[in-house]
Write a protein that binds this ligand. Sequence first.
Ligand code: ACM
Length: 263
Amino acid sequence: MYVGIVQTEPIFGEVEKNLRHVQSLIGEKRSDLWVLPELFASGYQFTTKEEVAGLAEHVPDGPITQFLATIARRQHCHIVAGLAEHVDGQIYNTAVLVGPSGVLSIYHKIHLFFEEKRWFAPGERPPPVIDIGQARVGMMICFDHLFPEAARTLALNGADIIAHPANLVIPDYAQLTMRVRALENGVFTATANRIGTEARGDQSLHFTGESQIVSPRGEIIVRFSADGEEVRVIEIDPIQARDKSLNSYNDILSDRRPGLYMH
Ligand code: ACM
């Protein structure tokens, strides 16, 4: 199975331009599963609620979802990507999983970072796992990385690979934690981060790049630069993620002692 990650530098608010740019970055490359960054087409550093509302869309009819659906249909592939979503008067920081037949799953980010708490409602459902045929794909978004329960929930629900759209601003944190999330859960992780700086309102945020794909043993299969746009497609064997044994005595999931843990 082929997994591709896209590291890009969106221009704030320029949805059409950003979509065209992602299209040109992907070009003729083919993958079974693509992972794009969080809020990859809108930009991240909102200054008012009205601004977020103007850039959010309804799924599946909005332009960003339709763009993803067109690629998925043409390439016969699956895509996980982040966007701002309108649902029943709320706005969520959402990841969609889109396949050749359209939207298969929607995840509303449950751990909101910094000023996201001003703009978005927190998700109220666990991060989902979706069987796309070649693999079972779990979704989480950016800051979810710092909460081991998110990745653990995905692993316990059978994920082989965690697709992780991100807009990371704290250097090195998620590059480290996602190696640990992969290792402690025996899953592949694919983090697609963005680059560049957004200086809007009284905040300036710099995004840290270094998107990466990690093996179930915590090895970095590929890691991008901190400051360049990049696209890479890697071959993985998702079945490797189904063997959770460490040795003849230990299994990293069934050795857990949930009755002794705090909730
Ligand atoms: C983040 O959750 N975008 C840091």
